[in-house]
Ligand binder design. Structure first.
Ligand code: VG1
Ligand code: CO
Length: 543
C-alpha cells in the first residue's frame, strides 16, 4: 500500500451552502471532484495527521464508493483512525453523537439530506467539527478557499475495504473501526427518555406510524420503536434504506409524506404519526386528524420537555432560526427563559449549545434538537413527543389546543418557489431589498409596517457576524413575512417565503392556516412581486 500524490486543478463552485456541499450526483462522481473537496477539508483544518474522524452517510447512491475514497485520502494524509458506521451508514445525529462520544477531531457526513437521491439526483458532503456540529462559516469559508487553489491531493493506492463487518481493519497505518451505526445512538436515547413508560404506552394499545421514507432512520426507528419499546411490528414503514430512497423525496412534510398524512387523517388513524428525512435529522409530527407545524412542535416541546427524564431540571434557554415562528418565544417568555434568534442552518446553534446558553433549538424546516448532540435529530424529537404523550395521557390534538389557548397561536406557513432562473430569484430579492428602508410606517394590505430589514446576526459567543440572512418585514400586529434564497438546492434558485400571523385567542385559534395568513401572503406579493417577476401563479410546495 502506498500513498501517492495526485496533481489536480481547482474545481469551481465547491462552496458549501446552508449544510455542506450539495451537487448533482454525476457532478460529485466526476474524476477528482470528491477528492479535491475532501483534501480541501483536511487542508483547512490544519491537516489530518494523527487525528481521528467519524465517517458515515445516509446510504444514498454513491455513499459506499465515496466512503472508500475518503478513507484512502484520510490514510494518505496521516489520519490515525476513522470510526465508520457499518456499511458506511450513519444518520446525521448518530454521527454527531459518535464525534462527541469518542472525542474525535470531527467527522465527514455523506448526505444531501432531504434532497432526492440516485444516479441523477443529489449527493452531498459535510464536515462537522469536534463539538459534533456542522462546521461554522469560518471553517466552511476556509474549506472553500482551499478548493480554489488546490493543486494536489494525497490518496492511498489500495483495494476497497470490507465495511460490512464490525471490527477493526487498517489502511496503511490508519485504523478503520467499523461500528454498529445504531447502538450508541440508541443508548443515548435510553438515557434521555423514560423507556419503561414508553413501553407501557405501547403495550397499552397506543398505535403509531413512523415513515422512514426508505432513508437512513429505518434501522434506528425499527430498533428503538419496535424492538426496544415494543411498538407493533409494521409501526415503521419504508424502513429499509435504499440508494434512491425507492424514488421517494425524503423530505418529511405534508407534501412529500402524503401517504402518512392520508393515514393520519383517515378512518382508524393511529394515535401518532411521524416521518424523517434522508439523513435522519428532520422530523414531521402528526396527531390523529391534526398536523403539528414544526414551529409549534418546537414550542410544545419547550413547554413540556421537563416531563422527560433528560430535561427534568428544566431548560437553560431556547433558540430558533429567524424564519421560524415566534411560538417558542412565547413559551420562553412564560417560563422566563432566554430565547435566541439565529440565521437559518444548524451551524448557528453550535456556539449557543456549547456555551450552555440553550438546551433546545429548532427550525421551521422540520428540525428540532437539543444539547444531546450538535445536529437536529428527527427520532429524538419523536421520542420526546412520545414521552410527553405518555406523561400527559392526552392526545396530540388536546395538547396542541391547550397550548394555543395558553399562549395564543402563531399561524405559520412557508411557500417555496423552486428551480427558478437565478436571475429571476435575485430580482425578487433585490426588489424587496431596495424597498426595505422606506417601508416602516407604510400600510400594506391594511397592516402597518413596524420594521423591515435584511437580517444580520452577531454570534453572542464568538462575536462573528453573518450578514444577508433573509429579508424580513414585521407589521405592528406582530404579523411577519420573510424572504430568503435556499442554500441547499442543486438546480437554479429556490425562493422561500415565510409568513406568520399571531392570534392571541380565545377566538380564532382553529382556523384554516392559509386563510388565516391570506393578508400576509397578499402583502408579500405586493412588496416583492414574486409572482409577477417569476411568472409563477403559485408556489411549488406549501408547508
Ligand atoms: C434548508 C432549511 C434549513 C435547514 C437546511 C438543512 O436550508 O431551510 O432550515 O437547516 O435545509 O437541513 P435552505 O438554505 O435550503 O433553506 V437538512 O435536513 O437538508 O441538512
Ligand atoms: Co437532513
Amino acid at each position: 500500500m502506498t500513498a501517492i500524490i495526485r496533481e489536480t486543478q481547482p474545481i469551481e463552485g465547491q462552496k458549501p451552502g446552508t449544510s455542506g456541499l450539495r451537487k448533482k450526483t454525476p457532478v460529485f462522481m466526476q474524476p477528482g471532484y470528491l477528492e479535491n473537496f475532501v483534501q480541501a477539508i483536511f487542508n483547512a483544518i490544519g491537516g489530518a495527521r494523527g487525528k481521528t474522524f467519524v465517517l458515515g452517510g445516509d446510504g444514498r447512491y454513491f455513499n459506499d464508493r465515496a466512503a472508500q475514497v475518503i478513507l484512502k485520502i484520510a490514510s494518505a494524509n496521516g489520519a490515525a483512525r476513522v470510526i465508520v458506521g457499518q456499511g458506511a451508514i450513519l444518520s446525521t445525529p448518530a454521527a454527531s453523537h459518535l464525534i462527541r462520544l469518542h472525542q474525535t477531531d470531527g467527522g465527514i457526513i455523506l448526505s444531501a439530506s432531504h434532497n432526492p437521491g440516485g444516479a441523477e439526483e443529489d449527493f452531498g458532503v459535510k464536515f462537522n467539527t469536534p463539538n459534533g456540529g456542522p462546521a461554522p462559516e469560518s471553517v466552511t469559508q476556509a474549506i472553500y478557499d482551499e478548493t480554489t487553489c488546490l493543486r494536489e491531493y494525497a490518496i492511498c493506492d489500495t483495494d476497497d475495504l470490507d465495511l460490512t463487518r464490525i471490527g477493526e481493519t487498517r489502511i496503511g497505518d490508519m485504523v478503520v473501526q467499523v461500528v454498529d451505526p445504531v447502538a450508541d445512538y440508541a443508548a443515548l436515547m435510553e438515557k434521555l427518555f423514560d423507556f419503561d413508560k414508553l413501553r407501557a404506552l405501547f403495550s397499552g394499545g397506543f398505535r403509531m406510524r413512523f415513515d422512514a421514507m426508505n432513508a437512513v432512520t429505518g434501522p434506528y426507528a425499527t430498533e428503538i420503536l419496535e424492538r426496544r419499546l415494543g411498538a407493533a411490528p409494521g409501526t415503521v414503514v419504508h424502513g429499509t434504506p435504499l440508494p434512491d430512497f425507492g424514488g421517494m423525496h425524503p423530505d418529511p412534510n405534508p407534501v412529500w409524506a402524503k401517504a402518512l398524512m392520508d393515514e393520519m387523517f383517515g378512518p382508524d388513524a393511529p394515535d401518532f404519526g411521524a416521518a424523517s428525512d434522508g439523513d435522519g435529522d428532520r422530523n414531521m409530527v402528526v396527531g390523529r386528524g391534526i398536523y403539528v407545524s414544526p414551529s409549534d412542535s418546537l414550542a410544545v416541546l419547550a413547554a413540556n420537555a421537563h416531563l422527560a427524564p433528560g430535561y427534568q431540571g428544566g431548560l437553560k434557554g431556547v433558540a430558533r432560526s429567524m424564519p421560524t415562528s415566534a411560538a417558542v418565544d412565547r413559551v420562553a417568555n412564560a417560563l422566563g427563559l432566554p430565547c435566541y434568534e439565529t440565521p437559518t442552518g444548524w451551524k448557528f446553534f453550535g456556539n449557543l449549545l456549547d456555551d450552555a446558553r440553550v438546551t433546545l433549538c429548532g427550525e421551521e424546516s422540520f428540525g428540532t434538537g437539543s444539547d444531546h448532540v450538535r445536529e437536529k435529530d428527527g427520532l429524538w424529537a419523536v421520542l420526546l413527543w412520545l414521552n410527553i404523550l405518555a406523561e400527559r395521557k392526552e392526545s396530540v390534538e388536546q395538547i396542541l389546543s391547550e397550548h394555543w389557548r395558553e399562549h395564543g397561536r402563531n399561524y405559520y406557513s412557508r411557500h417555496d418557489y423552486e428551480a427558478l432562473p437565478v436571475a429571476d430569484a435575485e430580482r425578487v430579492m433585490g426588489a424587496l431589498r431596495d424597498r426595505l428602508a422606506a417601508l416602516p410606517a407604510t400600510e400594506v394590505q391594511g397592516m402597518t409596517v413596524a420594521s423591515a430589514d435584511d437580517f444580520s446576526y452577531m454570534d453572542p459567543v464568538d462575536g462573528s457576524v453573518s450578514k444577508g440572512q433573509g429579508l424580513r418585514v414585521v407589521f405592528t400586529d406582530g404579523s411577519r413575512l420573510v424572504l430568503r434564497l435556499s442554500g441547499t438546492g442543486t438546480e437554479g434558485a429556490t425562493l422561500r417565503l415565510y409568513v406568520e400571523r399571531y392570534v392571541p385567542g380565545p377566538e380564532g385559534l382553529a382556523d384554516d392556516v392559509q386563510s388565516a395568513l391570506a393578508p400576509v401572503i397578499a402583502a408579500a406579493e405586493d412588496l416583492s412581486e414574486i409572482r409577477a417577476i417569476t411568472g409563477r401563479n403559485a408556489p411549488d410546495v406549501i408547508t
